[in-house]
Design a binder for this molecule. Sequence first.
Ligand code: SF4
Ligand code: SF4
Ligand code: SF4
Length: 249
Amino acid sequence: MAKLKCAWFDFACCEGCQVELTNYGEPFVQLLEHLEPVEFREVMSEKTTGPIDVAFIEGSFTREADRRRLEEIRARAKVVVAYGSCATSGGINALKNHMDDYAGEVYGADKDRPHLNSAKALPVSAAIKVDYEVRGCPMDRDELLRIVQQVVHGTAKVYVPSYPVCVECKRRETVCRYDDGEYCLGPIARAGCGAPCPADGIPCEACRGLAEQPNQEAMVKVLVDNGKLPQQRAENLSRMFTANFRGDA
Ligand code: SF4
Ligand code: SF4
Ligand code: SF4
């Protein structure tokens, strides 16, 4: 079977998802038995302008120039995969959608420099049709692998759970962060990652977005009452990766 020509593109992001993929080790090497990278900024200097089989897109859509570039990629690619929370939901970048003067707060006197001019941080799907999404910050490598298997071998559609991370956390019998006097967003976070953060003693921050029918109001109350966080900190934390999920971006 001929290898699929694949290109990785980045928009507004930290490129941590590309790095995450290169850190995958042996499974990434095995992927190369099926994929032929023709553009991948973190690992090669070659560029491509020709047709591609799969475009992997990282980062948020934040300006009209992005739209033109995304449309050009879409026109060349048979399959488009958005990967990482920046690309699938706007991710942490979407926090700026709720700030009156984010550029001033972040860049101070430099805020009017042309390259800092951007609009709201949105998912790639706000500009072009996306065929597959891989959630997480950084993206879930196993989920990406399953999607590549689906594209290459036509295996069954990759299942993404709609229940909360707490379900997976309980399955692996992790002690709840709240029992250790800490906080966690697991009750409203979408599962599928296997709850690695609480297992490592770190609170879940819902990097995969929201579970189905999340009760965000109750979550903030729990963060305050049980997690002992100040009200404002609890509100900010509850939207860290989910600012665009509230439908008010
Ligand atoms: S999803 Fe996270 S790791 Fe990936 S590019 Fe965005 S900020 Fe970086
Ligand atoms: S540690 Fe977090 S994910 Fe695990 S059960 Fe507690 S609240 Fe849920
Ligand atoms: S446990 Fe929470 S923060 Fe950690 S990977 Fe899963 S969804 Fe993301």
